[in-house]
Design a protein around this ligand. Structure first.
Ligand code: FES
Length: 325
């Protein structure tokens, strides 16, 4: 469900913080002003407004029927730009955080005849919520959970005690060959009624989607959600110009600058949240020119239209972009 982005943040208290696996903590968040939290559907995430000023998105991994708490899982990422480290090191039980209302860009198609759920590492969080939901619906599904090692497999006990434990296949990168995830075999038969959901690190998602496409899965039945994005500016990036059609202004974006930063510096702020091309908050209509799409929010087909882009991370292949701003 998509809830208005204009909804004011909610104050929540960290009721419980728990180490779920090596470098993975879960946080149970409960309402302060109202014990009943806004409803969410499987696949939803919330924005967490961290004490250090950063905003990060975390998928909800408790059963979607629950209204008394939100549970998120956070991987302490060695490449953290301050978000996951702050959650692990500075957020404690009893602390008050502000969070946005649940949003869902990874919705479950509950009517599908079958669902195939693939989680890589911390990507288990929305996938676990989906498995709980499908199990409750008594729907046909199968889940594959890959981790680098057993000690990095979060929520393993919860899965083992669930009513769907026999539908879950565990895979370990450091395990025996038979324990590794065999994507070509798993995805070789894209039968007509199956929807595939994948969440995890970019390399894992890329491998799943590439294998599925090669096996003939149609795009409409492939669903994914990224957890960490690539850096938004790269060595070799060049300057480009933004031409604002409505305000008739031209703004230059420097090679090491994002388009949102250039717009903000010129007094034209565009709403942002993740600033990594994941959430879609900043999507802006493009009237002319060819964006260099670097987001994971728009689908490949949507990107190919070149009629909108995510200025928080995307750039331009043409010398300028005309924006409907
Ligand atoms: Fe999230 Fe741009 S702010 S995609």
């Amino acid at each position: 469900m998509n809830t208005s982005m204009n909804t004011p943040p909610l104050a929540v208290r960290v009721q419980r913080k728990r180490l779920e696996a090596l470098d993975i903590c879960s946080f149970e968040l409960v309402g302060i002003d109202a014990p009943v939290l806004p409803a969410f559907a499987a696949g939803s995430h919330i924005d967490v407004f961290l004490p250090n000023g950063l905003t990060r998105q975390y998928s909800l991994c408790n059963p979607a029927e629950e209204r008394h708490r939100y549970v998120i899982g956070v991987l302490k990422d060695p490449a953290s730009r301050g978000g996951s480290r702050a959650m692990h090191e500075t957020v404690h039980e009893g602390d008050v955080l502000r969070v946005g209302p649940p949003r869902n860009q990874f919705a479950l198609h509950e009517q599908a005849t079958r669902s195939l759920l693939l989680a890589g590492g911390i990507g288990i969080t929305p996938i676990l919520c989906m498995a709980e939901r499908l199990s409750r619906l008594d729907a046909d599904f199968e889940m594959h959970y890959s981790a680098r090692s057993r000690e990095r497999m979060a929520f393993d006990g919860r899965i083992a005690q669930s009513g769907f434990a026999d539908r879950v296949h565990r895979h370990f990168d450091d395990g025996a060959p038979a324990e590794k995830l065999d994507l070509p075999a798993l995805l070789s038969d894209p039968d007509a009624g199956t929807h595939l959901y994948v969440c995890g690190p970019k390399g894992f998602i890329d491998a799943v989607l590439r294998t599925a496409r090669e096996a003939g899965w149609p795009e409409a039945r492939l669903h994914h959600e990224f957890f960490a994005a690539e850096p938004t500016t790269l060595a070799g990036d060049t300057a480009f110009e933004l031409r604002l059609a409505r305000s008739k202004r031209w703004i230059m974006v420097a090679p090491d600058q994002t388009a949102t930063a250039a717009l903000a510096a010129a007094g034209v702020p565009v709403p942002t949240s993740c600033e990594q091309g994941i959430c879609g908050t900043c999507v802006t209509p493009v009237l002319q020119g060819t964006p260099d799409h670097r987001d994971q929010f728009l689908t490949a087909a949507e990107q190919a239209h070149n009629d909108r882009f995510t200025p928080c991370c995307s750039r331009a292949k043409s010398a300028f972009l005309v924006l409907d701003l």
